[in-house]
Design a protein around this ligand. Structure first.
Ligand code: BGC
Length: 883
């Protein structure tokens, strides 16, 4: 055996993070090419410098040798101090006691507490205007001097609003739309960037910051703006560490200068107006003349907790090229980027000084080829650029984002070319973890659309849509999509951050909200929306095994359960059901609100009993289990008749009842039959579910032995179905199954987003059923993997890989007639239950041998048309004959 090598070291899910304020937790991936390679022990060593680490002095923490196969979320137990740097390695031993030590990794603590900041909040004096419309973006600057001997330098910065920071003319960091969205009254993220290279040279330097309104005081949803304040504020501190432990801090405050510049107005929904003639050349360089700048207004650090960025920041993720340019009206040019995307356009234009180019954005075109903007509602989504008249000018906005495929330019000098508009794709930089390809190109396109739906809507928080005057953290959408999201990308850090937003949005009465952060409608959360406060942490736990997240969110979840339970003594959730949206956007098959609500109440109680058990809270686990039983009993007596018909008789009724385990055993067969009849007979092989039912539909059919029907629904191309919108040209998941159709054109513009991920929740089923990569709730975080591909429908082959928190899992199956070939990779230090589709055990061959005679492979029986094996890690090549 050639041992296991620890690789891909991470702290709090991030690679070498700097500026974290949460207690560090370590993870790594054990790699090995040997079958059955396992970690039997680990030792983490943390030192205050790389030199010390290398010379074996773990002066911050040494875990000692721990006999454990754990490799994720190991808590650091050393001291913590603001700005502290830790350099760490992990040594692992395999079963044969072969030792292997990782390459070093690092982490760095941020400011840790508000009191460690020396900086003050700065804003533009009111004399510059008070209304957003008359107040251009503020700019702040300061000059300072560094001496010789800089060892390293960091800048910590944030804004109430949005900011971009520059040092000596260079933008710092890749972060866009920073500091992201939180409830700024309670918690404000700040970003830490490494600026050593910029400040290493002794001498004069300058720092500049420009601010946008963003979520803080711009428009969000359909609110009039100013949700948290009326003008943006900036906060920054540069800490320059010299050899010999001296730290020079340059903090926002007295001595800084303020003014306005080229960004005349900016708003996430409305767009940005930029006048290049007002640029202040050299303003972030030393020796700039700022004598006509004002002193900013200053405020103390305040009460809202400043927290280091938890998750990957929003960044530029890709640049799309224009596919074609048309001129549907004289001098109006429409650029097609070929993909519904989120971000903005970078334009290259020529124009006389003072001439203005207008950039408008749209997801679709009108029949005459002009852009369709009716569905943007109140979002103007327009950027305006006034030229300075200097030959080719390049512009992209800083403080807005749009959801679009088409870009319209007017006001250009002459006819622009395709190269004059690029699509800058922007979103949270969550690492992509999933690859999927199968023999049906339409399903590949669907998966592409699901991924783009997530990319465009995971912009610091999970949103419903990126284009109209909404873009809110809708909780129902987030929970239904969360399992799919965890496959597509590593969203552990992203959802850890957002579940904190969810807690911050909880009302004193215990109500989670409909949207987190909570803005606009003050009502508490609806059934299946508020429940995201329980469901999303559970999804994160399943995918990444993060118990600490459950522990941290548990008190809020308890309050939520109590909020539902206390007023509804008969266990039917009617009181405190708030907006009670029901099965949103179902297809003429509306589930009665109290049925849906009560089903989710039961599901919450069931999850809570599981969560309490995971956390070792046995009494709570027992209490929630009996609450679950009581709700179930009430559900059956109120809503289920003697023949097993559920009130409303909708597809979602049966899906919820079966999926959440609400029916007595003897009633299940009836419910499965009724669900199938509803689909096959009443709806002629179509679904009628809305947001809530659709995510659960295929997994439920598979659990109930009707994978064949799940495939039928997935592969059908007629309305309503997942593939229908693709035939209408969709490049993302749409809010409605028929957002636009060749026959009828557009749906109601009042609510018609072409980038809304909820219906994309079928991804989870595709990855776990077609790809066959599933998890075991008893050993979450893919410690034990359930591999259960179910070839079906018209599929001939499928290739899926998932980069789990414990390493790469791959499946690749191919059917030729009745012959199946199946390649599988199980990462080191994990085990798997593998279902090999086969007519009997004798027909299964592994690497040229009878499968069960291979070392590390144990046959446990035939189930669901598959031979089932317990296997150790490694690569496998199975061949079998299927039924
Ligand atoms: C949003 C949804 C959301 C819903 C609540 C809509 O306007 O776009 O995605 O879940 O409202 O019913």
């Amino acid at each position: 055996m050639d041992g296991v090598t620890p690789a891909h070291l991470r702290c709090n899910y991030l690679v070498n993070p700097i500026g974290i304020d949460e207690a560090p937790q370590f993870s790594w991936v054990d790699e090995s090419s040997a079958r059955g390679a396992r970690q039997s022990a680990y030792q983490i060593r943390v030192a205050s410098s790389l030199e010390k680490l290398k010379s074996g002095q773990a002066d911050l923490w040494d875990s000692g040798r721990v006999g454990s196969s754990e490799s994720t979320q190991i808590p650091y137990r050393g001291q913590l101090a603001n700005g502290m740097r830790g350099f760490w390695t992990v040594t692992v031993w395999d079963d044969g006691d072969t030792e292997s030590t990782s390459k070093p990794a690092s982490f760095e603590i941020g400011m840790l507490m508000n009191s460690t900041w020396q900086a003050k909040w700065m804003s533009l004096p009111d004399s510059y205007g008070t209304k957003a419309t008359e107040r251009p973006s503020p700019m702040f600057r300061y000059e300072f001097e560094t001496k010789k001997g800089v060892e390293y330098a960091r800048v910590h910065a944030t804004a109430k609003g949005l900011y971009r920071l520059f040092i000596d003319g260079k933008p710092v960091g890749k972060d866009l739309l920073a500091p992201g969205w939180t409830d700024y009254n309670k918690r404000i993220q700040y970003q830490t960037n490494d600026v050593t290279a910029l400040l290493a040279k002794p001498g004069k330097h300058a720092v500049g910051m420009v601010l946008g309104d963003g979520w803080y005081c711009g428009h969000v949803g359909w609110t009039p703006g100013n949700n948290y304040g009326s003008k943006p504020e900036a906060l920054a501190q540069i800490d320059i560490h010299y050899k010999g432990n001296f730290v020079q801090s340059v903090a926002s405050g007295p001595g800084w200068k303020a003014t306005t510049g080229p960004i005349l107005s900016d708003d996430l929904l409305m767009g940005e107006t930029y006048d290049a003639r007002k640029e202040r050349s050299g303003w972030t360089m030393p020796a700039y003349n700022d004598s006509d700048w004002a002193a900013p207004e200053l405020k103390p650090i305040g009460e809202a907790q400043l927290v280091g960025q938890y998750s990957p920041t929003v960044e530029q993720l890709a640049v799309l090229k224009t596919q074609s340019v048309t001129e549907p009206k004289p001098n109006t040019y429409v650029f097609d980027l070929g993909q519904n995307m989120v971000g903005w356009a970078r334009i290259h234009v020529h124009g006389a000084a003072g001439s203005t180019v207008q950039v408008r954005y749209a997801e679709m075109l009108n029949p005459d080829g002009t852009i369709y903007t009716a569905n943007l509602r109140g979002a103007k989504a327009t950027d305006t650029y006034t030229c300075k008249g200097s030959g080719e000018e390049t512009y992209e906005p800083t403080f807005t984002f749009h959801g679009f495929r088409y870009v319209e330019l007017t006001g250009t000098q002459g006819k622009p070319g395709a190269g004059d508009v690029e699509g800058i794709v922007v979103g949270s930089a969550n690492p992509q973890t999933l690859k999927f390809e199968c023999s049906n190109p339409m399903l590949n396109k669907l998966q592409h659309n699901i991924v783009w739906g997530q990319r465009g809507n995971y912009v610091d928080i999970p949103t419903d849509c990126p284009q109209r005057d909404e873009r809110l953290g809708w909780m129902g959408d987030a929970q239904i999509f969360s399992r799919t999201a965890c496959y597509n990308c590593d969203v552990a850090a992203f959802l850890t951050k957002w579940t904190q937003d969810v807690v911050d949005a909880q009302s004193d009465a215990g109500g989670f909200s409909d949207v987190s952060p909570r803005v606009g409608d003050p009502a508490d959360g609806a059934p299946a929306w508020g429940d995201a406060g329980v469901i999303v942490p559970w999804s994160v736990y399943l995918a990444y095994g993060d118990k600490d997240l459950l522990e941290a969110r548990y008190p809020a979840m308890r309050k939520w359960l109590n909020y539902i339970d206390a007023p509804n003594s008969d266990h039917i959730w009617v009181k405190n059901s708030n907006n009670n949206f029901g099965d949103w956007l179902n297809v003429g098959d509306d589930t009665p609100r109290e049925v849906l609500a009560t089903a989710f109440f039961a599901h919450d109680a069931d999850l809570m009993s599981k969560i309490a058990a995971v956390l070792g809270k046995d009494q709570d686990a027992a209490n929630y289990a009996s609450l679950f039983e009581a709700i179930k009993a009430a559900f059956n007596s109120h809503f289920v008749d003697a023949d097993g018909k559920i009130k409303g008789d909708t597809q979602t009724d049966y899906v919820m009842a079966l999926n959440f385990g609400l029916l007595p055993e003897e009633m299940r067969a009836n419910a499965i039959k009724r669900l199938s009849d509803h689909i096959e007979i009443d709806r002629k092989d179509h679904l009628s579910t809305g947001f809530i039912g659709s995510g659960l539909l295929n997994p439920t059919l598979t659990d109930c032995g009707r994978t064949d029907l799940a495939y039928k629904l997935l592969e059908t191309r007629s309305y309503p179905s997942w593939l229908y919108s693709i035939d209408q040209g969709a490049t993302t998941i749409w809010e409605r199954w028929d957002g636009w159709t060749k026959e009828k054109g557009f749906q109601d513009p009042g609510m018609n987003s072409f980038n809304h991920y909820s219906f994309g929740a079928v991804g989870q089923w595709m990855y776990s059923t077609i790809g066959g990569i599933g998890l075991d709730p008893e050993k979450p975080g893919f410690k034990h993997i359930v591999i259960h591909p179910r070839p079906g429908g018209d599929l001939k082959w499928a290739k899926t890989s998932y980069d789990s928190i414990r390493g790469l899992i791959e499946t690749n199956w191919k059917l030729s007639g009745k012959q199946l070939e199946f390649d599988l990779t199980i990462p080191a230090n994990t085990t798997a239950t593998v279902y090999v589709p086969a007519k009997n055990e004798d027909s299964v061959n592994l690497d040229g041998e009878m499968a069960s005679s291979v070392d590390g492979v144990r046959f446990t029986g035939m189930k669901d048309g598959a031979a089932v094996y317990e296997v150790v890690s490694g690569k496998y090549h199975f061949k079998s004959t299927v039924q």
